[in-house]
Design a protein. Structure first.
Length: 216
């Protein structure tokens, strides 16, 4: 297996032998080969020995921190969507199929779409978010999303994304819908009943509209 190759064998057999690589680029903290024994410096030495080139790319620094997937993940998982967007150059988003839920939203007059996170996906910190949504291709709608377990109406305990799309009605089950997360409004809460839940969501809708009014 490739993962069992030594750094020297990987460079000579895979990069040079199979890929015909004459010039390669790697990050400053790149490691490769069995047990990650090879470094960026190792790769440069191996390529140079064959008369080939290797360029090591320096770190990208933003606000004093080295940009990495781990840093972006930490921002998303802590609910800091503004910081994540600064690094990504766009809002963090999901695009998963819409599944059938318990239809409580329809019952209280605030219909929602439900999306499950596949295994390995980054899950934003539980709570309520001001979002934008794209149910019809490029058409953008404001939305309010709940990342959590819906404690008022469910005891299943599974974290999913439930989104109310403002001023939209349409059949979206089974479709891949993109939801972009712009700002975390509040923590997820458990309410005594559906009336309290409806009032809280209506306030979330108002807060979302206010956020985007100032955002733009």
């Amino acid at each position: 297996a490739v993962c069992d190759l030594s750094p020297k064998d990987f460079a000579e057999e895979v990069l040079i032998g199979r890929c015909n690589c004459v010039c390669c680029f790697c990050g400053f903290n790149f490691h490769f080969g069995r047990k990650a024994a090879g470094s960026a410096e190792t790769l440069c030495d191996l390529m140079k020995a064959k008369g080939l080139q290797c360029t090591v790319l320096p770190p990208v620094v933003h606000n004093g921190q080295i940009v990495s997937s781990s840093l972006i993940r930490s921002y998303v998982e802590s609910g800091n969507m503004e910081a994540a967007a600064e690094i990504l150059g766009r809002p963090f988003s999901i695009r998963f199929p819409v599944i059938y839920g318990n239809r409580i939203g329809h019952t209280i007059g605030i219909p929602t779409i439900n999306q499950n996170f596949p295994e390995g996906a980054i899950i934003p910190k539980q709570g309520i978010y001001a979002c934008t949504c794209f149910p019809e291709g490029q058409t953008e709608y404001l939305a309010v999303a709940n990342i959590g377990t819906k404690p008022t109406v469910s005891s299943a305990g599974r974290i999913n994304c439930e989104t109310h799309i403002l001023d939209y009605s349409g059949f979206l089950y089974g479709k891949q819908i993109q939801v972009r997360f712009h700002h975390r409004l509040r923590d997820e809460m458990s309410f005594s009943g559906l009336d309290e839940l409806r009032a809280a969501i209506q306030k979330d809708i108002s807060d979302t509209k206010a956020f985007f009014k100032n955002f733009h």
